[in-house]
Design a protein around this ligand. Structure first.
Ligand SMILES: Nc1c(/N=C/[C@H](O)[C@H](O)[C@H](O)COP(=O)(O)O)[nH]c(=O)[nH]c1=O
Ligand SMILES: Nc1c(N[C@@H]2O[C@H](COP(=O)(O)O)[C@@H](O)[C@H]2O)[nH]c(=O)[nH]c1=O
Ligand SMILES: [Zn+2]
Length: 362
């Protein structure tokens, strides 16, 4: 087997942590000795052992003179766990193959330096692209300090999210809707506008056949118009935050807070998305799944505060000037101002297609 084969295995093992390791990256490690895999490991939860620790433990004394393949540069700092670079040195590993460096300023090259100074042969960059793609959120939050934003829309062929009378169940089919719930599971928070709460009385929970993690529910609601009897206020299914402007008096907020809903007030009379993201980041939220409606989508797009756009397109035509499109608000007047993206992937899910696009300027 070649280095790339073992790194492919490490990348696949890393996927075990997807949706579980926030705010940490997912990482996979494979220990090979005399062309035999003797240890594998994935980082499964923040605060628990790192991938290398699991793999080296499994290898036991076969770690000596082994080669370890890791999808991320071994850490060099004392965080919630001791540094992996030291573990590899003490385990007398002979060679370390790394897919990509760690952007965390605490590590960034220090892990590699520790290994090299200890006389261990280090190779960096094997399957870098694939390894980076595993940790889009981690890389974004390390560089921008703001949560990674996924904007999701489910539209008809003619771009509508509902009929002119507000009906929308369902535009996309079972397979696509299941895929949406996997995305909810993978994000720290799900965010909708009060318009969606009033129109759909949604639960915003993750309903997958085997369960799944419910993201924190975040509602943008300038004047606190969320119905007091809404599911998200009363079902206790997930932590719920309503972000309001400075136009709401405390007495009204108390009504919701006694029901366990957290009300966070911005200092401005209307809701600025950048401030919302900065606020969510202070709560340790590293990824936000924006699921509409059109008004909220419009505000995220207008502020160009999206990091990936996932659109599910159904082979249906709704028509009608009054049927809403997926991006509301004032929109851009000039083509030179529009949000430009590049298509990352297109796949068919049941009868629908799923398009993942990434904004060009980052
Ligand atoms: N109408 C459609 C969607 N509609 C999504 C809505 O904007 C809103 O997120 C849902 O009403 C949330 O409800 P709950 O959390 O599931 O109870 N989303 C989809 O993917 N396909 C559709 O056809
Ligand atoms: N998950 C992971 C790493 N994650 C790195 O360590 C930081 C988290 O450290 P801690 O708080 O101690 O868990 C995280 O921000 C990232 O830089 N490093 C590794 O060597 N292997 C792993 O499996
Ligand atoms: Zn580590």
């Amino acid at each position: 087997m070649l280095d790339v084969d073992y790194m492919d295995l490490a990348i696949n093992v890393a996927r075990a942590g997807i949706g579980q390791t926030s705010p940490n990256p997912v990482v996979g490690a494979v220990v090979v000795n005399d062309n035999r895999v003797v240890g594998i490991g994935a980082h499964l939860r923040a605060g628990e052992p790192h991938a290398e620790v699991h793999a080296i433990r499994m290898a036991g004394e076969k770690a000596v003179n082994s080669t370890i393949y890791v999808t991320l540069e071994p850490c060099s700092h004392y965080g919630k766990t001791p540094p992996c670079a030291e573990l590899l040195i003490n385990s007398k590993v002979k060679r370390v193959v790394i897919a990509t460096t760690d952007p965390n300023p605490l590590v960034a090259g220090k892990g590699i330096k520790l290994l090299k100074d200890a006389g261990i042969s280090v190779e960096v960059g094997v399957r870098k692209e694939e390894a980076d793609a595993l940790n889009k959120v981690f890389y974004h939050t390390m560089s921008s300090k703001l949560p990674f934003v996924t904007l999701k829309a489910a539209i008809s062929l003619d771009g509508k999210i509902a009929t002119s009378t507000g009906e929308s169940k369902w535009i996309t089919g079972e397979t696509a809707r299941l895929d949406v719930h996997k995305l909810r599971h993978q994000h720290d928070a799900i965010l909708v506008g009060v318009g969606t709460v009033i129109a759909d009385n949604p639960s915003l929970t993750t309903r997958l056949p085997n369960g799944g993690k419910n993201p924190i529910r975040v509602i943008l609601d300038t004047y606190l118009r969320t119905p007091i009897d809404a599911k998200i206020v009363n079902d206790g299914e997930a932590e719920t935050i309503i972000i309001v402007s400075n136009q709401v008096e405390d007495k009204k907020k108390d009504l919701y807070q006694t029901k366990g809903v957290k009300i966070l007030s911005l200092e401005t009379k209307n809701i600025v998305i950048r401030d919302v993201l900065a606020l969510l980041s202070t709560l340790g939220i590293t990824s936000v799944f924006v699921e509409g409606g059109a008004q909220v989508n419009g505000s995220f797009v207008k502020e160009k505060a999206v990091n990936q756009v996932i659109t599910y397109i159904a082979p249906k035509i709704i028509g009608g000037n009054n049927a809403p499109g997926s991006i509301g608000g004032s929109g851009f007047e000039k083509m030179s101002e529009v949000l430009q993206l590049s298509i990352e992937s297109v796949e068919q899910l049941g009868e629908d297609i799923k398009v993942i696009a990434v904004p060009k300027e980052q």
